[in-house]
Design a protein around this ligand. Sequence first.
Ligand SMILES: NC(=O)c1ccc[n+]([C@@H]2O[C@H](COP(=O)([O-])OP(=O)(O)OC[C@H]3O[C@@H](n4cnc5c(N)ncnc54)[C@H](O)[C@@H]3O)[C@@H](O)[C@H]2O)c1
Ligand SMILES: [Zn+2]
Length: 353
Amino acid sequence: MHKVTVNLDKRSYDIKIEKGLLAAMGKEARKLSKAGKAAIITDANVDSLYGAKLQKTLEESDFIVERIVIEPGEKSKTLQTLGDVYARMAAFGLTRSDLVITFGGGVPGDLGGFAAATFLRGIDFIQVPTSLLAQIDSSVGGKVAIDLPTGKNLVGSFYQPLGVLIDPDLLTSLPKRYLHDGLAEAIKYGCIRSADLFAKLQGIKDDEELLANIEVIIKECCEIKARIVENDEFDTGERMVLNFGHTIGHAVEKYYNYETYTHGEGVGIGMVALTGKTEQLGITEKGSTTLIKDVLQHYGLPTEAVMEKEEVLKTIALDKKKKGGEITIVILEKIGKSRLLKIPYKDLTHYIG
Ligand SMILES: NC(=O)c1ccc[n+]([C@@H]2O[C@H](COP(=O)([O-])OP(=O)(O)OC[C@H]3O[C@@H](n4cnc5c(N)ncnc54)[C@H](O)[C@@H]3O)[C@@H](O)[C@H]2O)c1
Ligand SMILES: [Zn+2]
């Protein structure tokens, strides 16, 4: 068992990572909560694979359990689905001393976490993330949200879980594209904070070896995110480094209507595009872009998208809802070392390849 503690005074919690942990979720949840009832918020894919198993282990630890199952995918992170989830929570008779368990990728995690944050003005919740992206990123740090038709994650809050319980064995059923999608965020962590992690990811031969080593990789990613969140829980400064590659990445995702590139693929493209430019500008150590490109390609991730520079800028302007003023971008000095750079918005064009 690996343990990473997120130190946030009264809201501190542990992230536990262990292969096979699913079978012990009941006991682990019981250590964290005295609740009578536990509502599992999950999606149909995860539920059909693992829902009954999670329910059983919780029942063995004397929780009365209800599974609230949403349709898989981003299209479920809506007010409509949230309304349905609230109705199910109410019908189940959840009280303020009960528990929500979010079980799935970032979608059930974000939506279920927001439901927990707001139902009865907030009830306890535990994150049980099942996609790689959720295990290394979205379940850690307390950001919970839903989307609006005008944009992603526009309604949400900061609401820390009682704990995060990670079973890396669940990744064996994750479709490969999602596995690699999550890996792009691991590569990002390496870029911004850990040359060692980056080297580890470079050195892995194939998906089999990746899954064999995934427990340690998840731990290292969670540790990096935990340290950053501890310094900036409410995202007003340092937490921004987590957005390395994301400004251009979001623009690429959005330009292609979220249909062509996954989030991680967009981030990979963004990291390469920005670092290519900062390397030319003499800000980033020479050779870094090639290193990032190579490791992305090694995991079958794209490294560029066909998109006019003007379109990228236009999409970013729409995304950030501004044209003037300043924008903060995250740049690398070298692999493993990043910093924030505030630039006049009009200069952004120099940082886009
Ligand atoms: N809160 C945060 O800090 C934060 C950070 C990053 C991303 N996010 C959010 O996370 C979401 C993306 O997360 P995601 O990629 O996990 O999406 P997701 O929840 O839609 O999961 C991706 C797909 O994998 C399936 N799946 C999940 N676990 C599985 C398993 N073990 N076996 C088989 N299939 C499995 C799901 O059913 C789904 O089809 C976005 O909405 C994004 O905004 C939030
Ligand atoms: Zn991301």
